[in-house]
Design a protein around this ligand. Structure first.
Ligand code: MN
Ligand code: MN
Length: 473
């Protein structure tokens, strides 16, 4: 008798004080599960439609328009606005009932992803094949880009000033492109015996684009000429047009379900389009919030957020000034700063999930796990939290209560062991305004690879977290 009650006491104590992590699938009702899968289907369509930052902006603007958002530059009347910055970053807002000076609820994601950009003089021929030279963008493992089907997406500004959008390699009827790799028989010295960082060189990431010549054997550079002939007849391009171009080489093909049970999504660019899409649906879903809700979709995160479309630009300030004017106010410096200073932000970016094959790089008690919900990350950076904005305990307390009160399954995550490596997000570029910022996003396996993996359950919890955040007082 006494033994049982002793055991009960311990169990009661455990339930009361111990934090148990929860697998999302254990918590969901069958109705919830249907929502998880339908949300994921919409998200996969976004991934297919938005492989570059420009495509993402187009898709986000279409979505915003069909959900009653209007261009704030053209029609500053109403409650729901969007603003595009140079076709590569975009902001959406739903005006709240409180004045802007009391602060915004802000969710900031990024819509660029690691890839191979074309150089400005890309086209050449070698051993009777035509190639495009590339310069990689963001952190890639170079070998992952070899011997696989690739597509070209991007924009060329022609000599006449006209912009031409190109997308080739996605339609099943399209050709694809590829980077050849060395056969294993001859790779011993030049690849296999070297460190991986030395075995694969950026200068060898050359994309194979043609093999049929024009003219005859006396024609100079006839394989290169054949490609130029094609570009001219298909798009009206001449070689010099490639100087004023942003052509991005990305993995060809659509997002796919992974596993017999279809519980995971595999796709290029989920860092960070998963958070972008979750915040897009979340901001479009809210009615009239108390605090003004802003979803910001930035470019250039993968190369340090520099540039006029990155998070270090003043686009947010500009947009908030527009919002003041839309409410009939002048955005004087003091009010603008107050609005930003009193804002609460989520830096909506992915974190790495505990890798089953490389658990040694993680500290398991503080690593995010696939299937355990949206991940909050107090600090990023490297070594002694260097380069991190390190969120305040008070703000973590607030976000944690919010997630708990709204039935969001969440976990915490740290990017690897203390001295293992590290990385950063845009959080610190928001923190300069004095606002509260916390990293909050989906855990990802195979991050920065051409086929990143996310759990549908975590994707859905990310959306639920963002929706609760936008609606919070
Ligand atoms: Mn990211
Ligand atoms: Mn990244």
């Amino acid at each position: 008798m006494e033994k049982t009650s002793g055991r009960q006491k311990v169990e009661t104590l455990r339930k009361k004080v111990v934090r148990e992590s929860r697998l999302v699938w254990d918590v969901l009702t069958s109705k919830d599960k249907r929502q998880v899968f339908s949300f994921s289907d919409r998200y996969k369509r976004f991934l297919d439609a938005a492989k570059t930052e420009r495509e993402a902006v187009r898709h986000i603007v279409d979505y915003a328009r069909s959900h009653r958002f209007v261009d704030i530059g053209k029609n500053p009347k109403g409650q729901r606005f969007y603003k595009v910055n140079k076709r590569k970053s975009v902001a959406l807002a739903v005006l709240g009932s409180e004045p802007l000076e009391s602060g915004l609820n802000l969710i900031v994601s990024h819509i660029d992803a690691p890839r191979l950009d074309l150089k400005q003089n890309p086209l050449y021929e070698e051993v009777d094949l035509a190639f495009l030279k590339t310069h990689y963008y963001g952190g890639i493992k170079k070998y992952q880009w070899l011997a696989r089907p690739l597509a070209i997406h991007g924009t060329v500004v022609r000599r006449d000033g006209r912009s031409i959008d190109i997308q080739i390699g996605e339609d099943p009827a399209d050709p694809v492109f590829t980077i050849s790799d060395l056969l294993p028989h001859l790779a011993h010295k030049i690849q296999a015996d070297k460190k991986v960082s030395e075995a694969f060189q950026g200068e060898k990431l050359n994309v194979l684009v043609g093999s049929l010549p024009v003219g005859n054997h006396e024609t100079k550079e006839r394989f290169k000429l054949a490609v130029l002939d094609h570009l001219h007849s298909a798009y009206g391009l001449i070689e010099e047009d490639l100087v004023s171009a942003e052509l991005e080489i990305v993995p060809a093909g659509n997002a796919r379900d992974i596993g017999w049970d279809c519980g995971l999504i595999g796709a290029y660019g989920q860092d960070d389009r998963v958070c972008a899409y979750a915040s897009l649906e979340a901001v479009a879903d809210i009615g009239k919030p108390k605090r003004t809700a802003v979803a910001l979709f930035m470019d250039k995160e993968e190369i340090g957020s520099d540039g006029s479309t990155g998070a270090k630009s003043r686009f947010l300030e500009d947009f908030v000034a527009d919002l003041f004017e839309a409410t009939g106010r002048v955005a004087d410096n003091r009010s603008l700063r107050a609005a930003l200073m009193h804002s609460k932000a989520l830096s909506a970016d992915v974190n790495c999930a505990l890798d089953p094959d490389y658990q040694e790089v993680h500290e398991k008690r503080n690593a995010a796990k696939i299937g355990y919900g949206v991940c909050i990350t107090k600090f990023t950076g490297s070594r002694g939290k260097y380069g991190s904005s390190d969120a305040n305990a008070e703000y973590l307390g607030l976000v944690r209560r919010l997630l708990n009160d709204n039935g969001v399954v969440w976990q915490t995550g740290e990017l690897g062991k203390v001295d293992e490596g590290g990385g950063g997000t845009i959080a610190k570029f928001l923190a300069v305004y004095g606002m509260e910022v916390l990293d909050c996003g989906t855990p990802i396996l195979s991050m920065h690879s051409p086929f990143e993996i996310a759990s549908k359950a975590d994707v859905y919890m990310t959306y639920k977290a963002y929706r609760a955040f936008f609606q919070s007082p």
